[in-house]
Write a protein that binds this ligand. Structure first.
Ligand SMILES: Cc1cc2nc3c(=O)[nH]c(=O)nc-3n(C[C@H](O)[C@H](O)[C@H](O)COP(=O)(O)OP(=O)(O)OC[C@H]3O[C@@H](n4cnc5c(N)ncnc54)[C@H](O)[C@@H]3O)c2cc1C
Length: 390
């Protein structure tokens, strides 16, 4: 059964942190950037560590706190209540919660990559997308060709979060084109490796700076293969299921909660009862979907269907609520210091990343066509006792 008390504990703990240690710094977030001054970021990170909000998902045997996926969702729901939720430094492994795919590191790789990431000493990035291979990964062209006791990488990755600033990149390349998905391998490539060229920075609407990365005759020894040769796609898929539950859905729920609170505080007469009632119903459904997926992931299942449904429900709801908030608030919402416009620009990336909305809808409909029964798969949980934000 899901541990409601534990979930509440983590949600309240993170909420207090967000209100006391993050809200005061929101005005410092530059208009078109997702980074606070380094000193401020480091200060927030130190406080997260001091207050036990670090390495939450890392297993205890690796020095972390090993909290459940459900509890981590609660932490991230609270984090979504600040416009600083996606800032560089606390995103993508910067909170001492490394990209899950790195648990495939061997002992030597753990010392070089995993443990420093857990301590917050390194920044990692994950390079899968290519020009012409985004939603459809089958079009991946980056090749790794066998040479001696290593591989030579050739290819181009694009739109990579932290790609220009990360200390190392997890790169996906085809090692055996004849085997399709079973011929994809994952490599750990250090910044500065000859043949690894950091290209242009891509500025974005939400302020994230994405990287264009090129690999030309880039020699990678066998010791830099992550996991097993040919298993890269499989590793990524499993990682994506976990991510699809913990990265976007809880952040969305936090954003919806804060947006509604702000609307009711500043524009109480403009918020229509029927609209709010409808949003409450959708919010509750979206939370149930998320905790259902998290519960199953904690049990060791691969809840791909549930994770996709959760993404579609939460991201769709957030876009809808923010659009309405911008309409209701008129010029106030459009103004630079409005949290609505900031959130809106930020969340516009969510339907595209971590598996686009269209792809997720295809996943769920194909599962149904194959005979998957959502009724049989319902988990025996209730999260109605867990306080939400709407
Ligand atoms: C802020 C941000 C951060 C990112 N960070 C990373 C990162 O760290 N690492 C990384 O590897 N990538 C990253 N990406 C890239 C992202 O994963 C891709 O942009 C995404 O996979 C979509 O690929 P695409 O942009 O090439 O769009 P396309 O694949 O060209 O798709 C365009 C649109 O068409 C839809 N579509 C595609 N195929 C179908 C179909 N068969 N049926 C119906 N609709 C379809 C898609 O859903 C999408 O809406 C990031 C992107 C952004 C915006």
């Amino acid at each position: 059964m899901i541990d409601v008390k534990e979930i509440e504990f983590w949600r309240e703990k993170m909420q207090k942190f967000v209100e006391k240690e993050m809200w005061p710094f929101e005005p410092l977030l530059p208009r078109f950037e997702n980074t606070l001054p380094v000193k401020v970021t480091n200060n927030i990170i130190e406080k997260m560590k001091e207050q036990g909000l670090w390495s939450l998902t890392v297993p205890k045997k690796l020095g972390g706190q090993g909290i459940s996926t459900s509890s981590y969702c609660a932490v991230r729901e609270a984090l979504g209540r600040t416009i600083l939720w996606g800032m560089t430094g606390i995103h993508l492994g910067g909170s001492g919660d490394p990209l899950m795919v790195l648990y495939h590191c061997n002992d030597e790789q753990k010392e070089r990559y995993l443990f420093p990431l857990i301590r917050g000493e390194l920044i990692a990035s994950f390079a899968q997308t290519e020009p012409g291979a985004g939603a459809d990964q089958a079009g991946m062209k980056t090749r790794a060709i066998r040479k001696g006791s290593g591989w030579v990488l050739h290819g181009h990755k694009t739109f990579i979060t932290h790609g220009t600033v990360s200390d190392f990149v997890i790169v996906f390349a085809t090692t055996d084109p004849e085997k399709g998905r079973k011929g994809v391998t994952c490599f750990l490539v250090d910044k500065g490796t000859p043949g690894f060229i950091i290209g242009d920075t891509i500025e974005t609407m939400g302020g994230d700076r994405l990287g264009d990365l090129h690999f030309k005759d880039c020699y990678i020894p066998d010791s830099q293969v992550l996991g097993i040769v040919g298993n890269g796609f499989r590793m990524a898929q499993n990682w994506f299921i976990g991510n699809r539950i913990t990265l976007q859905p809880p952040i969305c729920l936090g954003i919806v909660g804060r947006t509604i609170e702000e609307l009711l505080r500043v524009f109480p007469n403009e918020v229509d009862d029927k609209w709010l009632g409808q949003i409450q119903a959708e919010y509750h459904r979206a939370r149930l979907l998320m905790y259902d997926a998290a519960y199953k992931f904690d049990k060791g299942e691969e809840p791909q269907y549930e994770a996709s449904l959760s993404k579609v429900a939460t991201v769709g709801l957030t876009m809808k609520v923010l659009r309405r908030a911008l309409e209701i608030s008129g010029s106030h919402g459009y103004a630079e210091d409005s949290m609505f416009q900031r959130y809106y620009r930020d969340v516009r990336r969510l339907p595209i990343t971590e598996g686009s909305m269209e792809t997720q809808k295809m996943v769920t409909s194909r599962a149904l066509i194959r005979g998957f029964s959502p009724v049989d798969s319902l988990s025996p949980i209730t999260v109605s006792e867990v306080g939400g934000y709407v």
